[in-house]
Design a protein around this ligand. Structure first.
Ligand SMILES: [Zn+2]
Length: 436
């Protein structure tokens, strides 16, 4: 990162330290000012948005915020079908170099989005603020277990630079080392111990897989914290991490498309929405705003993403908004992030369930990994990689538990597998609904 970029990030970070205490009205005004730039840019430079914003953005450039909810929601399928039309012909000055990110998604259809560097710079500044909330020590080493870069192979991974604020000289003491996801559980643990890492970064479920492996093999390893990203963290994931590594999971709610949407508060397990970099809406099936406590579909508008603007993008999560936090910060509260929409199980009697089966049943089954799939309206299959191919766990007891946690009228079958299909890519999806 060059000095001008470091200065820019530093300035934004200083603003974030103030803005976390802004009143809701001041934050709304700030967001509207950023959105005004984004909408005008999108209409002028991005063919996909040429007429899509007409309800809100008038021909003279004025904005009618009361009609915001009339802007059509951008779907994941739009990113595939209209990829070319969603690219900006030109960028506002200073919005930076481009990068393309791809995600596999739960349906296996790869989706690519184009990102400009300003959005990444702002997102990193938000991370640094969150680390401060939790006294995360960026002078220590962090191992990121992520991605598929062949240069990040075990046993050495790829060692990169500082992960702390680059304007602080002591941040040079801490390094990030990447290990790719092809690294086995045992080898990740070996690496953490051998190279004396203080932090692990990965998805919550991956950290839980590490934790359970360590627990089942009678080992323990001390880490300062597990820095997780992606979706929400379950109570069981937190408990396993604490038992195996003697540390907390600190969760970031994020996606490749929208960067950091929220970060866990230091005073509670809920998240604070990073309102300075992304507009977050939680809406019901009719598209109306949900009230606090009501689960709804997440729509995001990353404020600095100008290379491929995403205005009211539904990325496939459900979340519940909360009320004001007691920690003193005024940032809005996301009380829970539920699974991706495709992971909800739906039954013929109309019930919808976000399934969560305690990990003790996974152990009872003798499963190293498992995946619970709704494969028919009233049938669930548990695919699992057995710890031992010579023995079977208590399938009858597990089936009873699955019925009690998901739906009483379902049948349950078991399938022993060598590994899970590649279609799931980087994501370890524990609960998947395979019905169309
Ligand atoms: Zn708080």
């Amino acid at each position: 990162m060059d000095n001008a970029t470091i200065d820019l990030q530093h300035q934004f970070y200083d603003m974030l330290m103030q803005s976390q205490y802004w009143s809701p009205e001041r934050m709304r005004d700030y967001q509207r000012s950023q959105l005004t730039h984004l909408l005008r840019h999108a209409k002028k430079n991005v063919p996909f948005y040429e007429n899509r914003l007409d309800a809100v953005l008038k021909s003279n450039g004025d904005i009618d915020w009361d009609r915001w909810g009339e802007i059509p929601i951008v779907k994941r399928s739009d990113l595939i079908e209209h990829r070319e039309a969603m690219q900006a012909r030109e960028l506002p000055p200073g919005h930076g170099a481009l990068k393309v990110f791809s995600t596999s998604g739960s349906t296996g259809a790869p989706v690519s989005t184009t990102h400009n560097s300003l959005a990444a710079i702002a997102s990193k500044a938000v991370s640094l603020r969150s680390y401060g909330w939790h006294n995360v020590d960026w002078t220590k080493d962090l191992c990121m277990w992520i991605g598929d870069n062949p240069s990040s192979n075990w046993p050495h991974g790829s060692r990169e630079g500082s992960w702390g604020p680059l304007w602080e000289p002591k941040a040079r003491n801490g390094h990030t080392t990447y290990l790719n996801r092809a690294t086995t559980t045992a080898n990740v643990l070996e690496f953490l111990e051998r190279t004396k890492q203080s932090y692990i970064g990965s998805r919550p479920k991956n950290v839980q897989v590490l934790s359970q492996y360590l627990i089942q093999n009678g080992g323990r390893l001390k880490l300062n914290a597990a820095l997780t990203f992606g979706t929400g963290i379950t109570a069981e994931e937190r408990a396993d991490c604490l038992e195996a590594f003697g540390c907390e999971m600190l969760g970031q709610y994020s996606s490749k498309e929208a960067y950091q949407i929220g970060y866990q508060c230091s005073a509670a397990s809920h998240y604070h929405h990073n309102a300075e970099i992304v507009l977050l809406e939680v809406v019901d099936d009719a598209g109306l705003n949900c009230s606090p406590g009501q689960a709804g579909r997440v729509l995001v508008t990353p404020l600095f993403s100008t290379a491929q603007p995403l205005i009211r993008y539904e990325q496939g999560d459900l979340a519940v908004l909360g009320v004001k936090c007691t920690c003193g910060r005024h940032l809005p509260v996301i009380s829970r992030v539920l699974g991706r929409i495709t992971h909800l199980f739906r039954f013929p009697d109309g019930t919808k369930v976000a399934p969560s089966i305690p990990a003790k049943y996974q152990i009872l089954l003798g499963a190293e990994y498992w995946q619970v799939a709704q494969v028919a309206p009233t049938h669930v299959t548990i695919r699992y990689v057995p710890i031992s191919w010579d023995t079977y766990g208590d399938q009858a007891a597990v089936a009873t538990a699955v019925r009690s946690h998901i739906h009483p009228d379902i049948t349950v079958s078991f399938e022993r597998v060598r590994e899970f299909p590649k279609v799931y890519g980087d994501k370890y999806i524990e609960y998947v609904n395979e019905l169309t």
